[in-house]
Write a protein that binds this ligand. Structure first.
Ligand SMILES: Nc1ncnc2c1ncn2[C@@H]1O[C@H](COP(=O)(O)OP(=O)(O)OP(=O)(O)O)[C@@H](O)[C@H]1O
Ligand SMILES: [Mg+2]
Length: 163
């Protein structure tokens, strides 16, 4: 049997009588880039919230790296190697871009110097090195998004879920 990195099996999410996600199934393999598209209100963010533990799915299976993650908390899902970004970009505005990305790196190390090294690598990867010392709150929206991507990537993730 093929083992997928992420398997979503017949997942539904109801908010009272509102069916936000209905019977969604797909699988994502290691190193695969997988897109989820749909009109406003289709349930994309709700599904991301179920996958990353922000609230439980009403039904269905959520399997990550061969583990059932249906009832895990966000921090538990994170420690399994799942990182996410947010649709509404909200960096820690009073911190620098580098410090924001270090926050993500602190999920894998307590050592400040190591976290800084990881963060600088991530910033280089998305072309934000020159913005490292700038206040994250002062960046335009596109660069704030990139900061969020770096922050989630400064984590030993096998799957970075983006909004
Ligand atoms: N916490 C919540 N409580 C109640 N209803 C919710 C909640 N979150 C989302 N919904 C509802 O679930 C449905 C799906 O919304 P969702 O935000 O997941 O859609 P989306 O596909 O991400 O839309 P968009 O493209 O606008 O970001 C909507 O009807 C929304 O009002
Ligand atoms: Mg959304």
């Amino acid at each position: 049997m093929i083992q997928h990195l992420l398997h979503i099996g017949h997942v539904s999410k109801h908010f009272g009588g509102n069916v936000a996600v209905h019977d969604v199934s797909f699988s994502v393999d290691e190193k695969q880039i997988f897109g989820l598209i749909g009109p406003n209100g289709a349930g994309k963010t709700t599904l991301f919230n179920c996958i990353t533990g922000f609230f439980p799915a009403t039904s269905g299976d959520l399997i990550f790296d061969n583990k059932k993650i249906n009832n895990l908390r966000p921090d538990e899902v994170c420690r399994l190697g799942m990182a996410r970004t947010w649709q509404r970009v909200k960096p820690l505005g009073s911190l620098t871009v580098l410090e924001n990305v270090m926050v993500g790196a602190f999920s894998i190390t307590n050592a400040t110097r190591e976290a800084e090294g990881i963060a600088r690598e991530q910033l280089q990867m998305v072309g934000l090195t020159d913005y490292a010392a700038k206040s994250a709150g002062s960046l335009p929206i596109g660069l704030k998004k990139k900061t969020g991507t770096s922050q989630s990537a400064g984590h030993p993730s096998q799957n970075a879920a983006s909004r």
